[in-house]
Design a protein around this ligand. Structure first.
Ligand code: GAL
Length: 415
């Protein structure tokens, strides 16, 4: 009997190795999670993939916000050597789909019940021609302000609830020789601050008209001029060495008390916690002044690749990232909240719970808005046109009225 079984095993092994040589699910994954907190989160994903029998080939491309990663991705796809999976977000998922290079994930989505596990607002970003073509890992909120708790206590200031309060707190801090705003002068970081100011000053409807609908009268409005005025004021609150600084180094300035505040999405919380800091004790979080919620959903899209190992790797990855265990562990490290409905939040801190609560409120009152700065609202050309103006204004003495004119002209050119 034993002989017979061994014979069958040998025959099966021979058959497999003579055929497709299926070695198990494998994935080469392109992403830009390279800072301390991001790398910890990515490691959680690798661990889960490997624990489920997958082989992970990492392709990290450094550079916050993912501009460098997207360039690397384009080069890979153009040379006919697409990775198995890549961190791609928002409308660029559909842009890649229209190039005919993405794989269909609908069978995994159906088997796992994604339509009931994901909020419709998130599910829509993951679909191409009505079918799933990407898997969401989280919901990051962009409109956050972070602070060093000790610095604020010493300065006798509270978390600002209006931009006027922020400006006056910043003046107090300047008087004490503390950098009010930790900032990295990279275009995407300028855009991150700008969109939170635009939401705060203009409100949700203004934001939607300007950065989702590209309404010319709103882009060219007095309110938009007031947004640029506030950006000009804030330029006075950053230190002289801000140009080119990476976002996580700006977060480090708040962690070590060199600066008081940073305006950044909640991936910044991943840096605080990776440095062993506790929310409410060492650092504080609050939504930036104003109403609404700017969301930024990270996701993986899969490319149409050949090979049973790779296809199995894609299916495994897609299944795992929407799973409850991954959504919990990853987001605890990343600073974001789970995208999957019903994931328990008991292990999450007060910032994450506030995010989840505010997201629900915002989705009920039309103020849940896609982040333009993080590629959730617009296709690349339009988002890039806005960011060019924002960054040119922030890094020069351009008048707000000229910035508004430049914004309208840039959008007209990009359409
Ligand atoms: C965002 C991304 C986040 C975070 C951040 C900084 O665009 O969604 O996951 O990594 O960039 O790199």
């Amino acid at each position: 009997m034993r002989q017979k079984i061994l014979g069958i095993v040998t025959a099966v092994t021979t058959f497999i190795s003579a055929g497709t040589a299926f070695a198990g699910p494998e994935a080469e994954v392109l992403h830009w999670w390279t800072s301390g907190g991001e790398a910890r989160s990515a490691a959680a994903l690798v661990a889960e993939f490997e624990a489920n029998g997958g082989t992970w080939q990492d392709m990290p491309v450094a550079g916050g916000g993912g501009d460098a990663a997207m360039q690397a991705l384009r080069a890979r796809v153009l040379s006919g050597n697409a990775p198995t999976a890549a961190q791609i977000k928002g409308p660029s998922i559909q842009e890649w789909y229209s190039q005919g290079v993405l794989a269909d994930l609908d069978d995994v989505a159906k088997a796992e019940g994604w339509d009931t596990l994901l909020p419709a607002s998130i599910a829509n970003h993951m679909k191409c021609g009505g079918k799933y073509c990407a898997a969401p890992v989280n919901v990051h909120r962009v409109d956050w302000i972070w602070a060093n708790a000790d610095v604020l206590a010493r300065a006798g200031i509270d978390m600002p609830t209006t931009w006027a309060e922020f400006n006056s707190a910043a003046k107090t801090l300047l008087g004490m020789g503390i950098i009010p705003l930790a900032h990295g002068g990279q275009a995407w970081q300028d855009a991150t601050v700008f969109e939170t100011v635009a939401l705060g000053i203009g409100g949700p409807e203004f934001f939607h008209k300007a950065f989702v609908e590209l309404d010319m009268s709103v882009l060219g409005s007095d309110t938009m001029e007031a947004v640029f005025d506030q950006m000009r004021i804030m330029r006075g609150f950053v230190d002289p060495n801000f140009s080119g600084r990476d976002w996580n180094l700006a977060t480090a300035m708040v962690i070590n008390g060199e600066a008081a505040f940073q305006i950044m999405g909640d991936w910044a919380k991943g840096e605080f916690t990776a440095a062993g800091k506790s929310p409410g004790k060492d650092f504080l979080c609050a939504s930036t002044p104003g109403a609404g919620y700017l969301y930024n959903v990270d996701s993986f899209a899969m490319f149409a690749v050949k090979g049973a190992d790779k296809i199995a790797g894609q299916k495994l990855l897609a299944k795992l990232v929407v799973g409850e265990s991954f959504q919990t562990v990853f987001n605890l490290n990343k600073g974001s909240i789970p995208a999957r409905i019903g994931t328990p939040l008991d292990k999450f801190d007060y910032c994450a719970r506030q995010s989840a609560y505010d997201m629900e409120v915002a989705s009920g009152n039309d103020s849940l808005l896609p982040s333009y700065a993080h590629g959730m609202a617009l296709r690349g050309a339009q988002a890039g046109a806005i960011t060019d103006v924002v960054t040119n204004h922030f890094n020069s003495d351009m008048k707000s009225s000229d910035a508004v004119k430049a914004l309208v002209a840039a959008i007209k050119d990009s359409l």
